[in-house]
Design a protein around this ligand. Structure first.
Ligand SMILES: [Zn+2]
Length: 300
């Protein structure tokens, strides 16, 4: 059995507890949400960040929007404008290097049997973790779908996104460059969560694989490790992690996020909360794991 949580632990003790649980676990289920990407400066939500200005500044000026999130939901006049932004956004996601948080997280769990579930659509996990063990529950930048949902098929997007991104002029694509469904001719849509999101064969297969992984570990020592999960969509990762920790005999959960609240009473002896800067804390935990002194980076 895992140890139960002691009361009143310091931050260092909590980090050590999580490291001990990883070390002892039969399986680690990693849940990653937007805070895990934002911690690297990949900020799709806040206004006029350096990340936004670098990759989307031209679109921000043309369409008078302050963030990638708002550009995504901007009311474009035509598909040529909207798909220009989609192409830029998707190409940036696919081309960015893996963020430090993802590399450090991998360092912590790489020796253990693990599986990833993520609400992030930015393809960051796939740059570091085994793609066969990642369930992108809200889709991701690697795929497109038909906007009319004429079939369950989803289509690889990489070649299209790069070609289109290279042909944007003044925030627009040429009409002939707007991608269309090969089956029915409707305009394509990125395969990311929306009212028409395609829960087709691929998504169901991935969901079944994740479910089977969970079911094979019900009676094992399982650590649910959630990172960067805010208040926007806790129903996909956080609440299921808490339910399974409560119901499974030897499961524990740990959540790292800026503003992370203390565990609910029902889970206080099986759960650790770290209200921390994820970037710094994961680096600190990697140093602790490797038995080296952690030196905080200067010039931050
Ligand atoms: Zn179609």
């Amino acid at each position: 059995m895992f140890d139960y949580v002691k009361k009143g632990m310091t931050k260092t003790e909590r980090m050590q507890q999580v490291l001990d649980w990883i070390e002892e676990a039969d399986a680690v289920v990693v849940g990653g949400a937007s805070g895990l990407s934002t911690a690297n400066g990949f900020d799709y939500y806040n206004h006029h960040t350096p990340f936004f200005e670098k990759y989307f500044g031209d679109f921000g000026k043309i369409y008078n929007e302050p963030s990638a999130w708002q550009l995504l939901y901007h009311r474009y006049n035509c598909d040529e404008e909207r798909w220009a932004y989609m192409a830029r956004s998707g190409a940036v996601m696919l081309d960015l290097e893996a963020g430090q948080t993802y590399k450090d997280l991998y360092e912590l769990v790489k020796d253990k049997d693990h599986y990833v579930i993520t609400t992030n659509q930015d393809a960051q996990f796939s740059k570091v973790f085994d793609s066969n063990k990642i369930f992108t529950i809200q889709g991701d930048a690697h795929w497109m779908q038909c906007s009319e949902c004429c079939s369950e098929e989803i289509y690889p997007s990489e070649e299209t996104l790069h070609r289109l991104n290279a042909s944007i002029i003044d925030g627009r694509l040429k009409t002939e460059d707007v991608p269309h469904c090969p089956k029915c001719g409707a305009v394509m849509e990125p395969w990311v969560k929306s009212f028409i999101f395609q829960y087709g064969e691929y998504w169901n297969k991935e969901a079944e694989k994740y479910k089977a992984y969970l079911e094979s570990h019900v009676n094992d020592k399982v650590l649910f490790l959630g990172l960067g999960i805010g208040r926007m969509t806790p129903e996909f990762i956080k609440h299921p992690f808490m339910n399974m920790t409560y119901n499974w005999p030897d499961a524990r959960c740990a959540f790292l996020n800026l503003g992370e609240p203390e565990p609910i009473k029902e889970l206080e002896d099986k759960s650790v909360a770290l209200n921390v800067d994820i970037l710094e804390t994961l680096q600190e935990m990697v140093a602790m794991k490797n038995g080296v002194e952690y030196k905080k980076a200067v010039n931050e």
